[in-house]
Design a protein around this ligand. Structure first.
Ligand code: SAM
Length: 257
């Protein structure tokens, strides 16, 4: 008997606010990193699990009319996004100069196979950029109620784990990309201090809404979730962000200059 993979943890409901916050929190790291590849006019690109599509939109501007950007998602939110399940729908081999996948693979139990597919979909010399976090490191630094924050993170991690999310995936991406046959694998990492109003912290606060049912099933009450939102907005609250990793690798062979 084959067990079905667990459903995407953020599936269902309105994802627009989550996508807005993801772009605010992570585009400032993802886009300059993409620029480092030299992506330019005429390149053919793929943005896997594009979400709100800001990364694909930035790429489309870079590659211009001579290039092409395929933006895919399991649940497209705009008509310009192609419905495509990266775990099972066909993907052409040797097709792309650049593939980017941000905060997608961590959600997929078949993430190792998917990484192999992405590597094969690159043209010789093509770039893969995988941006992922390690959410097992995001300690609280100052707060009126430290225990509440830790309790919330533990409940969030339990909900994620039940849905097959790999919380510390980010720290393993570079080694996995080497294992998938890519060369020139180069990770960079970033950590920042979150305070009220930080996009990353707002994204975390939004999790109390997006994952409400799972968090309640994991033992939190609606009152505690409201208190978590108050805590994250408190002027004294400080926490370290999770670790963000952006990893580059290239398919061996001669690519674009
Ligand atoms: C956390 S969001 C990240 C969105 C976007 N990459 C970003 O960083 O802003 C994960 C995205 O992956 C998509 N997704 C989940 N499972 C997928 C699958 N099997 N194939 C394609 N996309 C998937 C979700 O619909 C969602 O848009």
């Amino acid at each position: 008997m084959t067990l079905a993979a667990p459903a995407y943890v953020f599936g269902g409901g309105d994802a627009r606010e989550q996508h807005r916050l993801l772009a605010a929190a992570y585009d400032p790291m993802t886009l300059p990193r993409l620029a480092e590849t030299g992506v330019d006019g005429g390149w053919r690109c793929l943005d896997v699990g594009t979400g709100g599509g800001t990364v694909a939109g930035w790429l489309a501007h870079r590659v211009g009319p001579a290039g092409a950007v395929l933006a895919t998602d399991l649940t497209p939110v705009t008509p310009s996004v192609t419905r495509h399940d990266i775990t099972r729908d066909p993907l052409p081999d040797n097709a792309f100069d650049l593939i980017v996948a941000r905060l997608v693979l961590r959600h997929l139990p078949a993430r190792d196979e998917v990484l192999g597919r992405l590597a094969r979909a690159l043209r010789p010399g093509g770039w893969l950029q995988v941006d992922e976090t390690d959410t097992t490191y995001q300690p609280c630094l100052a707060a009126p109620d430290l225990a509440l924050y830790e309790r919330f993170l533990a409940a969030r991690d339990a909900v994620m784990a039940r849905s097959g999310v790999d919380g510390d995936y980010g720290r393993r991406v570079a080694a996995l990309m080497r294992g998938a046959g890519l060369v020139g694998v180069e990770p960079v990492s970033a950590v920042e201090v979150w305070r009220a109003g930080s996009p990353g912290l707002e994204l975390l606060a939004h999790t109390t809404v997006r994952l409400r049912d799972g968090l309640v099933a994991a033992g939190m009450t609606d009152r505690q979730l409201a208190e978590v939102r108050e805590l994250l907005a408190h002027p004294y609250f400080r926490a370290s962000s999770s670790v963000f990793y952006s990893v580059h690798g290239r398919r061996p062979g001669q690519g674009r200059p």
